[in-house]
Design a protein around this ligand. Structure first.
Ligand code: NAI
Length: 394
């Protein structure tokens, strides 16, 4: 099949198998050029097929020399449709990791369910015995609660008052003003249930109960803060409530792990990057485009893999104490939040109009990154060539 991007609104419904594999290879190449660091040997990554979870998994194997089990929720190719990007990424990662001598197995299914937790625990018991690090990197729109069966749907809305600001259609570059109505209490509860810390805690409790966490085991989940411009829609909105809950859970898990296995729980606040889900949030794509412009101008732009190499190899498993902020969070968003970067964005935000948007914002970089998520626009991939879309995950 000849695979082209089919973009509808914020969604790309196709993924390129060779392009996705190339994207994974590029990330592996980046890590292979960096110093290897001693770290955990058995790593479970929940949400391992795209974005920060995939980059964490790549760094775990190729940077720290670890064996990995990845949990993800992806679709294989069927009936003339391509597989999802995360499927192709995982197929490529697991093949390349094994070729390099690392154990790499995947579990495809709903990580929120008891069944998938059980399956992961059985695999750990059978193949490893114990786990040293659990990376929790899920980003999901929905969750079925494993005990009550309630279906939760997350929303991205402000809390308390409507929020108006500039937004952009990143495909066309058209600027507009958008107003988002505040969430109801029910919507807040749902969003916290999907993206908060409850499921992370369920994973860690299940792993503890099965006695598969090694002495000194660590766990880490990812959060975001961002600048004031986006606070009403992000950090003080529904998703921010979920992140507050996730960060609170880290404190609870930290105590629990300390007491039971002499371990730790961390949250890392990461940099904003283009994802399918952030593309759908009002205002955020415009902020990210302005951010990319300023960070690239200063030579401090980072992608998934740079962030995760810095997190694991240069922070969490580097020599010395792990630096955290006053709320005990690792701050990988330090460069994003640098005063000069944020001041420039703020000034440009005021000046933005249809004429200067391509100059002040890196919309082209945003579009490219969006397509790269699905394996399009990579160097040395012939997109006119017929490719096999039915790729198995080994
Ligand atoms: P992503 O959408 O690229 O990856 C999500 C992963 O979760 C995928 O592997 C997917 O297969 C898996 N997944 C989703 N639902 C699942 C389910 N029910 N069962 C099993 N697996 C499931 O997301 P991204 O952007 O890497 O986000 C990961 C974490 O990082 C999230 O907590 C997010 O809030 C956080 N973060 C993201 C930032 C960004 O700019 N993208 C910035 C800072 C933090």
């Amino acid at each position: 099949m000849i695979v082209k991007p089919r973009v509808r609104g914020f969604i790309c419904t196709t993924a390129h198998p060779v392009g996705c594999a190339k994207h994974v290879e590029e990330q592996i190449e980046y890590v292979n050029k960096k110093p290897k660091v001693k770290g955990p040997k058995k790593v479970l990554v929940i949400g391992a097929s795209t974005g920060y979870g995939l980059a964490s998994r790549i760094v775990a194997s190729f940077g720290l020399g670890a064996d990995t089990i990845g949990v993800f929720f992806e679709k294989p190719a069927s009936g003339g449709s391509t597989a999802t990007a995360g499927w192709y990424n995982t197929a490529a990662f697991q093949r390349l990791a094994r070729e390099a001598g690392y154990y790499a197995k995947g579990i495809n299914g709903d990580a929120f369910s008891n069944e998938i937790k059980k399956e992961a625990i059985e695999l750990i018991k059978k193949d490893w015995g114990k786990v040293d690090l659990v990376v929790y990197s899920l980003a999901a729109p929905k969750r079925v609660h494993p005990e009550t069966g309630e279906l939760f749907s997350s929303v991205i809305k402000p809390i308390g008052a409507p929020y108006s600001n500039k937004t952009v259609n990143f495909q066309t570059g058209k600027l507009s003003e958008i107003t988002v109505q505040p969430a109801t209490e029910e919507e807040i509860r749902h969003t916290v249930a999907v993206m908060g810390g409850e499921d992370w805690k369920m994973w860690i409790d299940a792993l503890l109960e099965a006695d598969v966490l090694a002495k000194g085991a660590q766990t880490i989940a990812y959060s975001y803060i961002g600048p004031e411009i986006t606070h009403p829609i992000y950090r003080t909105g529904t998703i921010g409530r979920a992140k507050d809950d996730l960060e609170q859970t880290a404190q609870t898990l930290n105590q629990e792990l300390k007491a039971k296995v002499d371990g730790n729980a961390y949250v890392s606040v990461n940099k904003a990057l283009v994802t399918q889900s952030s593309a759908a949030i009002p205002v955020v794509p415009l902020y990210i485009s302005l951010l990319y412009k300023e960070m690239k101008k200063r030579g401090i732009h980072e992608d998934w893999i740079q962030q995760m190499y810095r997190l694991f190899a240069e922070t969490l498993y580097a020599k010395g104490e792990v630096a955290v902020d006053e709320q005990n969070r690792i701050r990988m968003d330090d460069l994003e939040m640098r005063a000069d970067v944020q001041q420039a964005i703020q000034a440009n935000w005021q000046k933005l109009n249809e004429e200067n948007i391509e100059e002040l914002a890196d919309l082209e970089g945003y579009r490219q990154d969006f397509l790269r998520l699905f394996g399009f626009g990579l160097d040395n991939v012939d997109y006119d060539q017929d490719v096999e879309v039915d790729v198995p995950i080994d």
